[in-house]
Design a protein around this ligand. Structure first.
Ligand SMILES: Cc1ncc(COP(=O)(O)O)c(C=O)c1O
Length: 387
């Protein structure tokens, strides 16, 4: 990921991150990495593209997609989480799963709890589907992010919530919920009979030795009301292929899904299944190297920003949630840095309550790009402070 970087080649990319960056602008916005596709995945896709693009051999039985077995194996190997492959459903994207579950299991006006700030498409989903957002504020402590479990329980009770959307590791804060936090969340979910949609898409990009804990591993009661969502799209940088899996631990949700016509929600492509299975089977070396690179990048962000931009190093993934309030800008920080630093960030207000005054930076890029990006942000901030 280092040394010589061809900025022009990056600008020629068709992926949205660079294609929509704008002339002279460096993209630190959408959550794609600039890394090349892992070699084993590239080789598998090339072999298929060379003349093996017929119907896959599971086409007539969507319930026998090889990803079901592959995901069960991955959950067993990584987390000692024993799941039945028959309870794994394959979809094109996590947002689709959220929308399907909300459509099948809740009604307009029902309340859904989400830690905020939150991944913007989830907030937009609640809005377009007419479900009520019950925000659970993330709280910045001295050493990282947390939340108030008593307040969460009270807000869920008062609003008669039907579901909880848990994003763990969290986007945008990068917080990994620990066992105590997850136990408190599980207890609340069981007490208030919530469906739990646990988005664990960032779980394989941990920094250091911290282990991700799928909430469904905490016991049979929480497992029986949780959907565990994951994919290879973040960890192996394959988002354009559109593919994800959901382990549906809740038999009520399984029954609702099984009652639908089998192809109602479409079918993922053979190439996306091939890429995901290959990444999970043969991508360990790539993942180890990538995690090290990202940890180095994360630490560079921490060392390079002026003290007036505060952030907690994320426990996982490659997103830095920058608290720019001490800069006392007159504009939204993302607007300010686009204008004055030519760096594109995601605006904090898009992440809902708690987002004003913040911006999200994606640091999954090559060292020279990151250095240039951080230098520009630093200089623009300093100029503003010295005004
Ligand atoms: C928390 C979270 N969930 C879901 C997604 C989207 O996943 P998909 O690749 O399935 O669209 C993202 C992408 O950034 C994300 O950060």
């Amino acid at each position: 990921m280092n040394d010589l970087v061809d900025f022009e080649a990056l600008r020629q990319r068709v992926g949205i991150k660079w294609a929509r960056a704008g002339a002279d602008v460096l993209p630190g916005w959408i959550a794609d990495m600039d890394l090349p596709v892992p070699d084993p995945v590239r080789a598998a896709l090339q072999r298929a593209a060379a003349g093996d693009l017929g119907y896959p051999d599971w086409e007539d039985r969507p319930d026998r997609n090889p990803l079901q077995e592959a995901f069960a194996e991955r959950m067993r190997d990584r987390y000692d989480f024993a799941i039945d492959p028959d309870d794994v459903y394959v979809f094109t994207e996590l947002i689709q799963v959220l929308q399907i579950v909300l459509q099948l299991m809740t009604r307009p006006g029902d309340a859904v709890a989400v830690h905020t700030p939150a991944y913007p498409p989830f907030l937009q989903t609640l809005e377009v589907m007419g479900r009520r957002l019950v925000p659970i504020p993330m709280i910045a402590g001295e050493h990282g992010w947390t939340f108030d479990a008593d307040r969460m329980a009270e807000d869920i009770r008062r609003n008669d919530c039907r579901a909880l959307v848990l994003v763990n590791p969290n986007n945008p804060t990068g917080h990994m919920f620990d066992r105590d936090e997850l136990s408190a969340i599980a207890e609340i979910a069981c007490r208030h009979d919530l469906f739990v949609i646990s988005d664990e898409i960032h779980s394989e990009l941990t920094h250091g030795r911290r282990q991700h804990i799928p909430i469904a591993t905490l016991g049979p009661e929480i497992a029986g009301r949780t959907l565990t969502l994951n994919s290879a799209s973040k960890a192996f940088n394959l988002a354009g292929l559109r593919c994800c899996v959901a382990h549906v631990g809740d038999s009520r949700v399984r029954a609702a899904l099984d009652a639908q016509p089998p192809l109602l929600y479409g079918q993922v492509s053979a190439l996306s299944v091939l890429a995901t299975c290959t990444a999970w089977r043969d991508g360990a070396a790539w993942l180890t190297e990538t995690r090290q690179t990202l940890t180095g990048n994360r630490d560079l962000v921490a060392e390079s920003l002026p003290p007036e931009i505060r952030f907690h190093r994320p426990d996982a993934s490659y997103l830095a949630w920058l608290d720019c309030r001490a800069l006392e800008l007159e504009q939204d920080p993302a607007v300010f840095f686009l204008e004055h630093a030519k760096v594109r960030l995601l605006p904090g207000p898009d992440f809902g309550p708690g987002g004003a005054g913040f911006a999200r930076l994606n640091f999954a890029t090559f060292r020279p790009v990151l250095e240039e990006m951080l230098g520009r942000v630093h200089d623009a901030a300093q100029k503003h402070l010295n005004r």
